[in-house]
Unconditional design. Structure first.
Length: 189
């Protein structure tokens, strides 16, 4: 990158346009920019999760996992920034599948929906999950208008599932339990 980021305030976006990685310019509310922004917000929320104290029993492994996810999300953002370019690989999606299988195996099966909450770390993982789902919707929406690779959509879909599982893992590692949704079951006539 060299000195590419030495000047932050360029004023080139003052009129509502911004540059893509291929040098083209689009409106700041273009679907591509919205998708990039949602991925960036997700990465920032994961940064907050990393800054949140994690239970000792899960700390280093989860920190390493989440840091790798942040790097992957930069790849995803780079791919979105450059039309017709590939950065995110199928191996990165497969790694999420492996982590999902590994961590889900440590949890009891769910019989009810759970509420987002429990510990601060678990609650933040749920926030990451919901932001991830929004980023996924943005990427899917972009894909209806322009051709994009499968990996970004697949990555976000798997990551949201993984973040749900990690929220449960974080509650369990802290000695807590899932917060189950309490509802009345109504009989239908």
């Amino acid at each position: 990158m060299g000195n590419r980021l030495s000047k932050i305030a360029t004023r080139t976006g003052d009129a509502g346009m911004t540059g893509l990685g291929d040098g083209s310019r689009v409106e700041k509310d273009h679907l591509r920019i919205c998708a990039m922004g949602d991925v960036d917000e997700l990465n920032s929320e994961i940064g907050v999760l990393l800054a949140t104290p994690l239970p000792d029993s899960a700390s280093q492994a989860l920190q390493d996992l989440l840091l790798q996810v942040q790097h992957d999300l930069f790849d995803l953002g780079g791919e979105l920034c450059i039309p017709n370019y590939t950065l995110l690989k199928s191996e990165q999606v497969a790694r999420l599948d492996d982590w999902l299988t590994q961590y889900n195996a440590t949890l009891a099966p769910l019989s009810e929906f759970i509420l987002p909450g429990g510990t601060m770390a678990a609650a933040q993982a749920h926030i990451c999950r919901t932001v991830c789902r929004r980023a996924e919707r943005s990427v899917v929406r972009l894909g209806w208008d322009v051709e994009i690779n499968d990996a970004p959509r697949q990555y976000l879909n798997r990551l949201s599932d993984l973040l749900f599982v990690l929220a449960r893992v974080l509650n369990q590692a802290a000695g807590g339990k899932d917060v189950l949704w309490k509802h009345e079951k109504k009989e239908t006539k």
